[in-house]
Ligand binder design. Structure first.
Ligand SMILES: Nc1ncnc2c1ncn2[C@@H]1O[C@H](COP(=O)(O)OP(=O)(O)OP(=O)(O)O)[C@@H](O)[C@H]1O
Length: 230
């Protein structure tokens, strides 16, 4: 079976500093693949390279058989790679409404119907400036925006950071529901509950390389905790 996302020998970093070295991974349709690893090992840099926010210095990224490697982030989004970054997730000086609808010519909020039911605080505050939201609320807004987009692959970089447990559970429900409809996810995550709830496969990164990978298992949490030395 051809994977939806194929990453082969990907490398890159910042200026002369190589952070990600020779990473290969696969994400199939209907699958949630998680990236775990200690702080600073290169997880965010890897997803920036896959989303096109950073240019790779080696390797390839293909989506559904199409080579994305030379495309910038906007081009990759048009081809089906959605991305909610770890930081700079909202436009602080725009309203929540504008953050949610600016990139849609029709400005239609109906695409957020199911997400608003799960995260009502977002809908209740549409006219408020996004900069006034808490860190966790901004992550929820960013999660909703990425999920509502019509992309076969969604990349989420630490979606649960600063988010309270009941809303993390809701995020897991959304991911499980959308996986069942064939959508694919690549998620950087430190929260092992979310990993345990939603992951089909986990890659563990260290020093910019994949050093371990595993599928779902009963002792996934224990295994990862040990390896992450939490
Ligand atoms: N814009 C940047 N310019 C230079 N170096 C950077 C930049 N962003 C990250 N780095 C460096 O790249 C390395 C990997 O960072 P990265 O954010 O990818 O790690 P991470 O695994 O996502 O960490 P965390 O779990 O803390 O978010 C770190 O040493 C970091 O200091």
């Amino acid at each position: 079976m051809t994977s939806l996302l194929r990453v082969d020998g990907l490398a890159g970093g910042y200026g002369d500093v190589t952070v990600v070295r020779d990473v290969s991974l696969r994400v199939d349709g209907g699958q949630a693949v998680f990236l775990a690893g200690r702080n600073g090992v290169g997880k965010s840099t890897l997803v920036k390279l896959i989303a096109g926010q950073l240019a790779a210095t080696g390797g390839t990224t293909t989506l559904d058989g199409r080579d994305m490697t030379a495309l910038p982030q906007h081009g990759r989004r048009l081809h089906g790679i959605g991305y909610a970054p770890q930081e700079g997730v909202v436009f602080d000086d725009l309203s929540i409404l504008d953050n949610l609808t600016l990139h849609y010519p029709d400005r239609d909020l109906n695409r957020y119907g199911d997400l608003f039911r799960l995260f009502p605080r977002i809908e209740e505050r549409l006219q408020q400036m996004a900069g006034t939201l808490s860190g966790g609320e901004k992550k929820i807004l960013s999660f909703c925006r990425a999920l509502a987009e019509d992309t076969p692959l969604v990349i989420l970089d630490e979606p649960s950071e600063g988010v309270q447990p009941e809303n993390i559970d809701r995020m897991a429900r959304v991911i499980l529901d959308q996986k069942a409809r064939g959508r694919a996810f690549l998620v950087v995550e430190q929260n092992l509950t979310l990993v345990e709830d939603a992951a089909d496969h986990v890659y563990l990164l260290d020093h910019g390389e994949c050093v371990f990978e595993t599928g779902r298992s009963n002792d996934l949490r224990e295994d990862l905790s040990k390896r992450l030395q939490i």
